[in-house]
Ligand binder design. Structure first.
Ligand code: ATP
Ligand code: MG
Length: 400
């Protein structure tokens, strides 16, 4: 491993005016959490960039693998350090440029010289290092504008620092920098992607899942725990609330006309979610709903379901096509878990002809014959809570 440190750039974060130091502190905390099992890693943050140092090359390697998934990082570059002598810089330059493909690639050397005592001036240094590298790698083509490989040599008082490749980060904002929401996490394809997108905008999440044992199995719950674990890995831990929903679903099946039962089911879920949300001081509820996907996701249905609360319901996938959502799910590593075949509570009680345009007055009327409130409170109280930790190594392996 030739790299001594990583230079981390924030992008959008550096635009955030007076809040910048808050965002940078959050980012530092999240990076520290993701790398907490690597003993030699040290982070130093500055106004518009951060440096990561690691004495153990294995720690540096792991850091390079994990940073692309941390929200709030625009890009980062591994940096190789050496003495400020021409011989040492030559040798390092060859190692740095040679660490990637060179044949047919365009190339340029850029010099930044803050140590004014260095004997050669910028132009001389650029020519000398450039021709030395070109001799070694004759497949390179010199190009001044937008080269594939830009070898940056920075001569500072503490030594010379060389970097050539930029690794792109996940972008977005540090998780936790924009407040907290409650994600309704089913075992399906959509809701984990919705959670991912909210996390990308800096929102931290708790997750809530409704299960109806014995109609739903332990394996269905495990699927949701595994999905929550995948989400953790984008920079924060997740608390999962599992709600016992059997009694309410059976009551709905008994008391509500079949074609309206789906609407009432969703309304009960939302009321329970809203109570949990208030308890955990979250400011919104996130769902994986996408317009027109199923009967409960028409504008009329969403309106009737939404009428049980004034809390903001955030639906990041509302205008996405299913195929695009599937692509995202594959990219973030949740797809293979989501397609495991276990039934969730909605699939089991799905009516054959759910109403696509349920009217609020009618639904209110049907629900008025049953006192759901105590059942809702009981479900909230009897929930199981799982704290899903940040898990490392093997999860990262599947994504690379
Ligand atoms: P998904 O792939 O997320 O399951 P879906 O297309 O299957 O979505 P629905 O089953 O209609 O759609 O669910 C819509 C949204 O309602 C889900 O994205 C999720 O946010 C929430 N939801 C549905 N079932 C559950 C559940 N058992 N527990 C928690 N939330 C749920
Ligand atoms: Mg579903």
């Amino acid at each position: 491993m030739i790299w001594n440190e990583l230079l981390i750039r924030y992008g959008e974060l550096s635009l955030k005016g007076r809040n910048r130091s808050y965002f940078v502190r959050k980012l530092k905390k999240n990076i520290t959490a993701v790398l907490s099992d690597l003993p030699t890693v040290v982070l130093k943050s500055e106004r518009d960039r951060m440096f990561l140092l690691a004495d153990d090359p294995r720690d540096m390697e792991q850091a390079i693998e994990r940073l692309p998934f941390v929200f709030g990082i625009q890009s980062f570059s591994p940096v190789a350090k050496c003495e400020s002598t021409l011989e040492a810089i030559y040798a390092r330059a060859i190692e740095v440029v040679g660490s990637g493909e060179t044949n047919g690639k365009t190339f340029k050397v850029e010099i930044k010289r803050t140590d004014k005592t260095f004997p050669l001036d910028t132009g001389e240094l650029q020519r000398k290092i450039g021709s030395h590298v070109l001799q070694k790698f004759p497949g390179l083509i010199v190009q001044m504008k937008k080269p594939d490989i830009m070898l940056l040599v920075e001569i500072r008082n503490e030594g010379a620092f060389l970097t050539a490749n930029i690794h792109y980060g996940a972008g977005g904002m540090p998780v936790g920098s924009n407040g907290k929401t409650l994600l309704m996490l089913s075992g399906g394809i959509d809701s984990p992607v919705a959670g991912y997108l909210m996390m990308k905008r800096g929102v931290s999440i708790d997750a809530i899942h409704f299960e109806s044992p014995p109609f739903t199995s332990e394996l269905a719950k495990q699927k949701v725990i595994d999905l929550a674990e995948k989400l953790c890995f984008f920079g924060s831990t997740v608390r999962l609330h599992v709600i016992p929903f059997t009694q309410i679903q059976q009551t709905i099946a008994d008391k509500i006309p079949e074609n309206t039962s789906m609407t009432t089911t969703r309304r009960m879920m939302l009321q329970i979610a809203d109570k949990v949300r208030a308890e955990i001081n979250a400011l919104g509820i996130v769902t994986g709903e996408s317009l027109g996907q199923v009967a409960s996701q028409t504008l009329e249905s969403l309106t009737t379901i939404n009428a049980v609360t004034a809390t903001p319901i955030l639906r990041p996938l509302i205008a996405e096509d299913k195929l695009d959502i599937i692509d995202m799910a594959k990219k973030i590593g949740t797809y293979d878990i989501s397609i495991r075949p276990y039934e969730d509570c909605c699939t089991i009680f799905t009516p054959s002809k759910p109403k696509t345009k349920p009217k609020l007055e009618k639904v209110n009327f049907y629900e008025s014959f049953t006192d759901f409130e105590p059942m809702i409170d009981e479900a909230v109280q009897n929930r199981a809570i799982y704290d899903i930790p940040l898990k490392k190594d093997d999860l990262f392996d599947d994504l690379l």
